[in-house]
Design a protein around this ligand. Structure first.
Ligand code: GLN
Length: 272
């Protein structure tokens, strides 16, 4: 079978663009190559590899897991079922953090690092800082460490444990987190990519989805240097609750930032 025919067959089940991406991955080429080489004659193994991923995609598997990679802030991150797939809106959190990073030798803590997308982006954008990345999932930390090695980040350390537990007694200039914030019963958990992602990265099971954010905000003052910032990603309807939690914990200069879709997505404040 030639590539063109395989793509036509795949497009009966999934969007053409996705079929091209999956074929490119199976053949170890770029999407542009696939589009330009419809006459390429597939070996039986290649045809089978494409058919298998197309079938998995038709059943809902996320593209990022099927190709094993997702771009974040211009860099490729390896991703699989151990970690949440980095979202474009999380680049807003990175930009907010870069804008508030002290100029020299800052120490940064990332809580719930997952693939390491946030922590590694900060570490690579600012080689003079030191980043500590924590996750409760040892499997996620394995993935993040692989990404650190692949991307060549050396100014980062990974620690295993729940929120601040591995960094008891330490203080940082900046704390960032994209914690689980989807409400436990939210219907989105049963839709799209979320069905395949680690449940603990999406939701802590709390009714309002805010238990993790409560724990992170409550623990932040004790782990921030004076003048240090806490910046958090949150759900589409959680900005007022986050603002209240930050005020309650004594944060000043509180910010609420909108993502590219105009939805409040990042909350933060500064320790006096
Ligand atoms: N932004 C993700 C979603 O709703 C959730 C990620 C998270 O809980 N941190 O698809």
């Amino acid at each position: 079978m030639d590539l063109h025919k395989a793509l036509i067959k795949a497009a009966l089940k999934i969007p053409r663009r996705e079929a091209e991406l999956l074929a490119a991955h199976a053949l170890g080429k770029g999407r542009a190559w696939v589009i330009a080489h419809g006459e390429y004659s597939l070996s039986a193994t290649e045809a089978e590899a494409i058919a298998l991923t197309v079938e998995a995609r038709a059943l809902g598997s996320p593209i990022a897991y099927l190709v094993g990679e997702r771009e974040f802030y211009g860099r490729p991150f390896k991703v699989d079922q151990r970690v949440l797939i980095p979202r474009p809106e999380t680049e807003l959190l990175v930009e907010a953090a870069l804008a508030r990073m002290p100029v020299v030798e800052a120490s940064v803590l990332d809580l719930g690092t997952g693939s390491g997308a946030i922590a590694l982006t900060l570490a690579l954008e600012r080689p003079a800082i030191h980043v500590t990345a924590v996750d409760a999932s040892a499997a996620a930390l394995d993935c993040a460490s692989d990404n650190a090695a692949a991307l060549g980040a050396e100014n980062i350390a990974f620690m295993h444990g729940q929120w601040y537990a591995p960094v008891a007694g330490w203080t940082f200039d900046l704390i960032v987190s994209n914690p689980p914030y989807v409400a436990g019963e939210d219907a989105h958990l049963k839709q799209g990519d979320l069905r395949f992602e680690p449940r603990q990265a999406l939701t802590d099971g709390s009714g309002d989805g805010l238990d993790s954010i409560r724990a992170i905000v409550a623990g932040a003052p004790a782990h921030l240097a004076q003048g240090g910032w806490l910046l958090l990603e949150h759900g589409y309807d959680q900005a007022p609750a986050c603002a209240a939690l930050l005020a309650e914990a004594g944060f000043t200069e509180c910010v609420a930032l909108n993502d590219l879709a105009g939805i409040p997505r990042v909350a933060g404040g500064r320790k006096l």
